[in-house]
Ligand binder design. Structure first.
Ligand code: MLT
Length: 209
């Protein structure tokens, strides 16, 4: 078989649902495995490692400075990641129409870019500490896509206005967006995961694959 293109973890589950785990800057494919177990223990798990290195720290796309993204690279990496997910769905025989991205920080940003640039690759997304990655023209149509955005009230990296802008951008595209505010900062904490799990359970109940 050809090289899948990303260092990754694949864990087959006991449902048709797949969680695509996308770590933050400096993380790897193992970081969010415990989060996946809490969110949906029956789901398949696909967890790639970002290929861009920033001073040795893996990321999913290049940035020029904190919060300033290299948009050409972001577009390229988003397409590459969406192609990887499609390829893995064939290799591992999972339903490409039932993929939920679970991203943290840089991983949440590329997940948001996937929704905006390659919407067919995700059915829903849980975005922990996301920013607006880019604003494509024209905007995609995202009816039926569920997005759970979890932001930190005291996050010093992401101003509240950024989070609100992302929520309204996705709503303008027709996505069903829930914006959840956690009391903490940029780090992912248990209240984020608990709220995301409840949101995901409600979605799974309406679509019990
Ligand atoms: C990004 O570069 O995607 C954001 O600044 C978040 C991060 O630091 O990873």
């Amino acid at each position: 078989m050809t090289d899948p293109g990303f260092v990754h973890r694949w864990q087959p589950g006991r449902s048709h649902r797949t969680l695509l785990l996308l770590h933050g800057t400096g993380g790897d494919e193992n970081d969010l495995l415990p989060v996946a177990e809490l969110l949906d223990p029956l789901a398949n798990v696909l967890s790639p490692r970002g290929k861009v290195l920033e001073n040795g720290a893996p990321r999913f796309f290049r940035r020029l400075a904190a919060g300033v993204f290299d948009l050409d690279d972001l577009r390229f990496r988003t397409a590459e990641l969406a192609d990887f997910v499609a390829d893995m769905s064939v290799r591992n025989n999972f339903d490409a129409g039932l993929v939920t991205a679970v991203g943290f920080s840089n991983g949440a940003n590329i997940a948001a870019a996937m929704l905006l640039l390659r919407p067919e690759s995700l059915s829903s997304a849980i975005l922990f500490r996301a920013m607006v990655p880019l604003e494509p023209e024209p905007l995609p149509d995202l009816p039926g896509k569920g997005v759970f955005l979890s932001a930190g009230r005291t996050d010093t990296m992401i101003p509240a206005a950024q989070t609100e802008r992302l929520a309204s951008l996705l709503r303008d595209c027709g996505a069903d967006v829930v914006l959840h505010w956690s009391p903490g900062g940029h780090s992912l904490a248990l209240p984020d995961i608990t709220a995301a799990r409840e949101w995901l359970r409600r979605r799974v109940r309406t679509d019990p694959a």
